[in-house]
Design a protein around this ligand. Structure first.
Ligand SMILES: NC(=O)c1ccc[n+]([C@@H]2O[C@H](COP(=O)([O-])OP(=O)(O)OC[C@H]3O[C@@H](n4cnc5c(N)ncnc54)[C@H](OP(=O)(O)O)[C@@H]3O)[C@@H](O)[C@H]2O)c1
Length: 250
């Protein structure tokens, strides 16, 4: 009997812990109904898909990117899908004043903010660094400084609403599309990825890895076996064989 108790009590503890954490993890689309959300980089890709999911869940969406005709059509679709409201502000995130302006727009048109989704990414090329430092500076402005500027401006509203900040990032970033010719793997579906991001955001998860096997596991390898990771990454590319070296004259 004593031995049975020794096994039974920890087992029950495990079952209760599992139940507690699974219950906490249950996502319900109602969590996002009526929420006021900014989505950056919403004219295409994952940002566009997040806008559509939020619209289906009945959120208020404020979308931004540079291409106005694309944003107009995404806003139209969001309204068809059931968004509580949908609007856009077009401009470039190279300009931190524009980034701050988008946040002010949430204040004036939505009266506050529940979620800031930072998703935009500046265009780059796939290949070895060619020494263009100006290009790096521009990417830092788009991919980093504007994120800081928007977060700083949005903090008072997010504190008031006890809202959240979502930062979408990448291991390979635009490499997947730019390297479509040489990559042996197909990218994951954007709408599925967009939904996973929103679920993670609604549940206030600290980090979300999508897809786990091709993001989290390589990152674990990075610190303990960097050379092995380099080898595995290289083996994912079908790079053409380098040209043969010219033969020295006989
Ligand atoms: N796709 C993937 O395989 C993948 C994988 C992992 C992570 N991610 C991450 O997911 C996020 C979205 O990626 P995505 O593939 O969906 O990208 P995408 O389709 O290329 O979309 C990028 C978005 O950013 C906007 N943008 C680009 N430059 C801008 C600028 N200067 N100012 C304002 N907006 C700008 C673009 O709109 P305009 O051109 O109209 O401005 C577009 O809406 C990124 O953070 C990326 O790192 C993507």
């Amino acid at each position: 009997m004593g031995r049975l108790q020794k096994i039974l009590i920890p087992f029950l503890g495990l079952v209760l812990a599992f139940w507690f954490y699974s219950a906490r993890d249950a996502f319900n689309p109602e969590m996002l109904r009526g929420k006021r959300v900014i989505v950056t980089g919403a004219s295409s890709g994952i940002g566009e898909q997040m806008a559509y999911h939020l619209a289906r869940m009945g959120s208020h969406v404020l979308l931004t990117a540079r291409t106005e005709p694309r944003l107009q059509s995404v806003v139209r679709r969001c309204l068809e899908l059931g968004a509580a409201s949908a609007r856009f502000v077009s401009g470039t995130m190279e300009d931190t004043a524009f980034a701050q302006h988008v946040v002010r727009e949430a204040q004036s048109s939505l009266g506050g903010l529940d979620m800031l989704i930072l998703n935009h990414v500046g265009a780059s090329y796939f290949g070895f660094f060619d020494g263009d430092v100006e290009h790096v500076r521009k990417l830092l402005e788009i991919n980093f400084l504007s994120y800081v500027a928007m977060t700083t401006s949005a903090l008072p509203m997010l504190k008031e609403s006890q809202g959240s900040i979502v930062v979408v990032s990448s291991m390979a970033d635009r490499a997947v599309r730019a390297a479509a010719e040489v990559l042996q793997e197909r990218p994951a579906p954007r709408d599925e990825c967009a939904l996973e991001i929103l679920k993670g955001a609604a549940l206030r998860r600290r980090e979300l890895y999508y897809r786990y096997s091709s993001t989290r596991l390589p990152l674990l390898l990075r610190d303990c076996a960097a050379e092995l990771l380099d080898y595995l990454v290289r083996s994912r590319y079908r790079l053409p064989a380098p040209p043969a070296a010219p033969r020295p004259p006989l």
